[in-house]
Ligand binder design. Structure first.
Ligand code: ATP
Ligand code: MG
Length: 177
């Protein structure tokens, strides 16, 4: 059997599919008996279907929502509260990366937290530097900065060709949330 080489994978771009690609990869890894952790840096307003996955899939697939909602949308939280939540999420990521309990860690919307200045580029690069050799890490979010792209082994850009929102079709259960 070939040796495991832990990768840094990035799903970025304006098109839909970044988080779902990461979750799909998580499902694939879970199916291989690997242990998967999803840390969500930004908590959306929806009851995301994937949050029900761990209860159904059983051990080996874990999701933790750590952020405080979207900064852009007024959700009653101050920038300071968002910063604190993003920082807590980063600390959790550091802890889990170091602990070695998982084979694949998905840092969902970490690039969004970065884009909005809730955490710094240096902190994210430092986290990636601590990655144990066999651990795979996935980062998602729009506008991956060049330094992260440089550091990654795989980068895929989701490109919007068409989105049903443009036709006024609202978010659909099972598709968006
Ligand atoms: P998904 O979670 O569906 O894979 P994503 O992770 O690529 O989407 P985000 O930037 O995290 O996208 O945005 C989350 C939500 O915004 C999704 O529900 C998605 O449908 C919506 N969205 C993503 N891309 C677009 C777009 N180009 N136009 C309008 N809405 C979008
Ligand atoms: Mg997403």
């Amino acid at each position: 059997m070939s040796e495991t080489k832990g990768l840094i994978l990035v799903f970025t771009g304006n098109g839909k599919g970044k988080t779902t690609a990461a979750l799909g990869m998580g499902l694939r890894a879970w199916g291989q008996g690997m242990k998967v952790l999803v840390l969500q840096f930004i908590k959306g307003g929806w009851k995301y279907g994937e949050l029900n996955a761990p209860a159904r899939l059983g051990p080996g697939f874990e999701i933790r929502q750590l952020g405080e909602g979207f900064t852009r949308v007024g959700n009653g939280k101050s920038l300071e509260e968002h910063r604190a939540a993003a920082r807590a999420a980063l600390n959790e990521a550091e802890k889990e990366v170091a602990a070695g309990n998982f084979d694949l860690i998905i840092l969902d919307e970490i690039l969004y937290a970065l884009k909005f200045g809730l955490i710094s580029l240096d902190e994210v690069l430092a986290l990636l530097d601590k990655k144990p050799p066999r651990l795979h890490i996935v980062l998602t979010g729009r506008d991956a900065p060049p330094e992260i792209i440089d550091r990654a082994d795989l980068v895929t850009e989701m490109k919007e060709i068409k989105h049903h929102y443009q036709k006024g079709i609202r978010a659909q259960r099972g598709i968006e949330f």
